[in-house]
Design a protein around this ligand. Sequence first.
Ligand SMILES: [Zn+2]
Length: 175
Amino acid sequence: MKAHAAALSIVLTLALAGPAAAAEPSAATHVRPINAAGAALMADAQQKSQTIRDLVATLEASDVIAYVRPASRQVGEVESDLRFLASSKVQRFVLIKIGSDRSADRQVELLGHELRHAVEVAQAKWVKDGRDFGRFYVMIGSSAYDNGHPYETADAHKAELAVHRDLRAATATQD
Ligand SMILES: [Zn+2]
């Protein structure tokens, strides 16, 4: 848990420092990679997937800032997740963690899944802290998905599949 606390403090520092703190190859300011691996993932994802571009555009028009952090996973940890970090008067901050041991394409799919969750948070203006966030997912989530997440949404699952199709189409046009 110590590692999590350290990661959160890094992200909160970045949040206070503003958008200049992270190198950003794209024009997106509401989806912010917090390391080089995150920047590479974002560039790859936006180039290959219309679904990702649409999700990023939706977040750009929202009060949600999503930090993207590819990182190694502990044994038994899920492939990716999204946590609620904090809110200010004008913005709300979430952290997307993507398992860096996954293949490049799988990381892009997982990014699509978690960005869809970020959009869900963006649509629920009343979610202001971790407790609200927990309550929100009890309300909208289903435990029917066997992927290690206690509460999952059909929309996130659909976004992941849509990105998968985008990647297959991108590969096909390269051949
Ligand atoms: Zn999910």
